[in-house]
Write a protein that binds this ligand. Structure first.
Ligand code: PLP
Length: 422
């Protein structure tokens, strides 16, 4: 080996720290005050705030190049179609997909999972067959499969969650069986912050010929994702959690799978020909996009992905993990506070309970201090049952959060304890 060549085992250089002050200037909403206090927004896992470049891209689209897509021959229709299809290409590149035709625009993660359950699932699940989920799934990765099983006479099987919030991978291997027709698993848990070992999960499923759908709602905004490296068959995410607009998200599906799936919603845009006797359909992805799509939403999503890449996903990941570590340490010394989810390498989501205080009361007292956290079951009731709690409070970090805001959370929790009796 020549001495100039880099050593293969050299550690990757650490991502440079984020210039959070500069980033915050891109988010007008962060200037707000709440109850007279500066806003501390720790609810990005529910929905992230939107930076100026996303807002501007959407305004520009409406102000200068807006028309319906695909069907028009006039100039504005061409421009809008180019921008919409450009956004599809943008999503494909962002996810590492092989081709833009592997990206279907959907309303969000929920709709993407419903699409796969209603099309791929309906075609491949029969009586007695199984869908394998995990105990940490969001309701949107449970209920569509329940509908499918009810219609087709199938069953849900569930990989248990261990006490630290990791998946029981030995149980996973055992549960993958003759009757498993699809595995559906979250990349990052919205409650525990656990980052699941998707590559291993996919490899084990593929050894048995079973495809895997990954719910990437919490991963896409905070870490690099490469669907080809993961080798997953389907990957879904929501734009609004990735600093883009609401009402838009994307489903990635391997070309070989999407190409063989029947359409699900019928209408304009998805057909090749229609007679009263019979209709024929466009190839993927258009066959899955009936009706006028969220044109400007897609453009906004493209701008959001540009924004994320401009900052760098590795740097965002490192930033959020450092905030998580700081907040976790800061709240560790507060009596009666218990953290749910202690998986090694977890992402920037911090769920906790305060003994003797309902999560909603925790959230309300924090809100009075200008601190926005989520309180409730986080659309993961089976996971709440697993940990024996009705609800948790959850702080989640975004690229715009400051270390002082992690400290503010701890201060806020001390106030909660004060209010509800120390
Ligand atoms: N999956 C996970 C892990 C989530 O956190 C969420 C939203 O909280 C969803 C799915 C559903 O996303 P949406 O409501 O945008 O469809």
């Amino acid at each position: 080996m020549s001495p100039e060549r880099p050593i293969a085992t050299a550690p990757r250089p650490a991502a440079p720290p984020l210039d959070v002050g500069r980033i915050r200037a891109d988010f007008p909403i962060l200037e707000r005050r709440v109850h007279g206090k500066p806003l501390v927004y720790l609810d990005s896992a529910a929905s992230a705030q939107k930076p100026r470049p996303v807002l501007d891209a959407m305004d520009r689209a409406y102000e200068t190049s807006y028309a319906n897509v695909h069907r028009g021959v006039h100039r504005l229709a061409e421009e809008a179609t180019k921008a919409y299809e450009g956004a599809r290409l943008r999503v494909a590149r962002f996810l590492g997909a092989g081709d833009a035709s592997e990206i279907v625009f959907v309303r969000g993660t929920t709709e993407g999972i419903n699409l796969v359950a209603r099309t791929y699932g309906a075609r491949h699940l029969g009586p007695g067959d199984e869908v394998l989920l995990t105990g940490m799934e969001h309701h949107s990765n449970i209920v569509p499969w329940q509908f499918l099983c009810e219609r087709k006479g199938g069953h849900l099987r569930v990989v248990p969650v261990l006490d630290d919030g990791t998946l029981d991978l030995e149980a996973y291997e055992r549960l993958l069986g003759e009757r498993t027709r699809i595995v559906a698993v979250s990349h990052v848990s919205n409650v525990l912050g656990t980052v699941n070992p998707i590559r291993e999960i996919v490899a084990a499923a593929h050894r048995r010929g079973v495809p895997v759908l990954v719910d990437g709602a919490q991963a896409v905004p905070r870490m690099p994702v490469d669907v080809r490296a993961l080798d997953c068959d389907f990957y879904v995410f929501s734009g609004h959690k990735a600093y883009g607009p609401t009402g838009i998200g994307a489903l990635y599906g391997k070309a070989s799978l999407l190409g063989a799936m029947p359409p699900w919603q019928g209408g304009g845009e998805m057909i090749l020909s229609v007679t009263f006797e019979k209709s024929t359909f466009k190839p993927a992805p258009h066959r899955f996009e009936a009706g006028t799509p969220d044109i400007v939403g897609a453009i906004g999503l493209g701008a959001a992905l540009d924004y994320l890449e401009g900052i760098g996903l590795e740097a965002i990941d490192a930033h959020e993990r450092s905030l998580l570590a700081r907040a976790t340490e800061a709240i560790a010394s507060i009596p009666r506070v218990r953290v749910l989810g202690t998986a090694p390498g977890k992402a920037g989501v911090l769920s906790f309970v305060v003994e003797g205080v309902h999560a909603h009361d925790v959230g309300t007292v924090l809100d009075l201090q200008g601190i926005a956290v989520r309180a409730g079951h986080h659309c993961a009731q089976p996971l709440m049952d697993r940990f024996g709690v009705p609800a948790t409070a959850r702080a989640s970090f975004g690229l715009y959060n400051l270390p002082e805001e992690a400290d503010a959370l701890a201060e806020g929790l001390r106030k909660v304890i004060e209010v509800f009796g120390g």
